[in-house]
Design a protein around this ligand. Structure first.
Ligand code: NCD
Ligand code: ZN
Length: 358
């Protein structure tokens, strides 16, 4: 493993972001083109709209809107459904044909638009067995709700979810499960301890932040929150090690600037960090910063595509990045009265996309 020199280049074939929030309405139209702007040609789309995406019809309609909004036919949008009682096990066999690849589970109340999240997995036994048979992936937001009587809060909510992950992985050994946006050393160990049916996404921002960066900085607030220095180090080390279970899911989660920046004594700020428009250069910068630049293609394309069994297909551009002396991240993006602020706004990134070979 090495650090790059200025002028060095790296290439990634068909970069794939296996966890992204693209919203709806004006915000969707603003942020969807930023998938390709950030260097990505596959977006694994989260279903937590209001109301959540729970039917094949809703997913297909949403996919159509995303394709129109993206202004490009080059990005592949893979759809997910929101785990809830609305999902009928008898329908699972029809999902693949409708473009649905996974089901996303949000524990109730832990994050943005999770009011309809689940409280127990037991009642989904039949659904999970059908998903096993039909090759649908289960995506887990791995936190349990805060409960101060049990000393559970945002700092240990992920670690306390991990027995649930192990249990699901054992009960459904053929169900492919992804622990989303891991933030802790404990989660890294738990995923490694599971069988090959379990993988894990890691965001760009969790490779950069610790809880110190979040304190007092609302644009660094997302769920799960960034944790301790040893946790960040564990995420960096597992990416550097080239373990194929760990790949990029940005959890890019845009919110209008006012939802992020106008907290009052009675209303907090929205959870979510927006990385889509700068994603591939940002990941290159971060990997380079801890000596893992040679893992760029594995982390941002190969490993995720292998787990999801979605090889780079007919349209497989080669994205070329180069190490340069600091490019400023744009301060904000606006359209139709919506403004979003990207992660690291106005800071410098040492990598940029210099070519896309089609
Ligand atoms: C996400 C969002 O805003 O939709 N927020 C976040 O902090 N990550 C929801 C989620 O994935 O938890
Ligand atoms: Zn998310």
């Amino acid at each position: 493993m090495s650090t790059a020199n200025y002028g060095d280049t790296r290439e990634v074939i068909a970069p794939a972001d296996f966890h992204v929030h693209l919203r709806d309405g004006a915000l969707m139209r603003l942020v969807t083109p930023h998938v390709q702007k950030g260097g990505f040609y596959l977006a694994y789309v989260m279903p937590n709209l209001v109301p959540p995406i729970t039917t094949t019809e809703m997913a297909m309609e949403y996919q159509k809107n995303l394709r129109e909004s993206s202004g490009s036919s080059k990005v592949e949008f893979l759809m997910t459904l929101y785990l809830s009682d609305a999902l009928d096990p008898n329908d699972v066999k029809n999902w693949k044909a409708a473009g649905i690849v996974g089901v996303k589970s949000y524990p109730r109340g832990v994050t943005t638009n999770s009011d309809q999240g689940i409280e127990s997995y037991d009642k989904y036994d039949q659904l999970f067995r059908e998903m096993e048979v039909h090759g649908i992936v289960l995506n887990l937001h791995g936190e349990i709700p805060s409960d101060h009587s049990k000393n559970t809060c945002v700092l240990n909510a992920e670690e306390r979810f991990l027995p649930v992950l192990a249990n699901l992985a054992n009960t459904y050994p053929k169900l492919r499960i992804v622990l989303e946006h891991a933030t802790t050393e404990a989660a890294v160990k738990a995923v490694i301890a599971c069988g090959d049916n379990v993988a894990c996404t890691i965001t760009a921002h969790h490779l950069a932040l610790t809880i110190d960066d979040l304190a007092g900085q609302s644009f660094h607030f997302c769920k799960p929150v960034a944790k301790f220095p040893n946790d960040r180090l564990a995420l960096q080390e597992v990416v550097k090690s080239g373990n194929k279970k760990f790949f990029l899911g940005s959890d890019s989660a845009p919110h209008p600037i006012l939802s992020k920046s106008t907290a009052t004594p009675t209303s907090g700020c929205a959870a979510g960090i927006y990385t889509s428009p700068i994603l591939l250069p940002l990941v290159a910068h971060l990997l380079d910063s801890f000596g893992a630049i040679d893992r760029l293609a594995d982390f941002t394309s190969n490993f995720g595509r292998a787990f999801y069994q979605i090889p780079a297909g007919g349209y497989s551009p080669k994205v070329v990045l180069q190490k340069v002396q600091g490019v400023s991240v744009q301060a904000e993006y606006s359209s139709e009265g919506k403004t979003v602020v990207p992660f690291w706004a106005s800071r410098q990134i040492d990598w940029q996309i210099v070519n896309v070979e089609e």
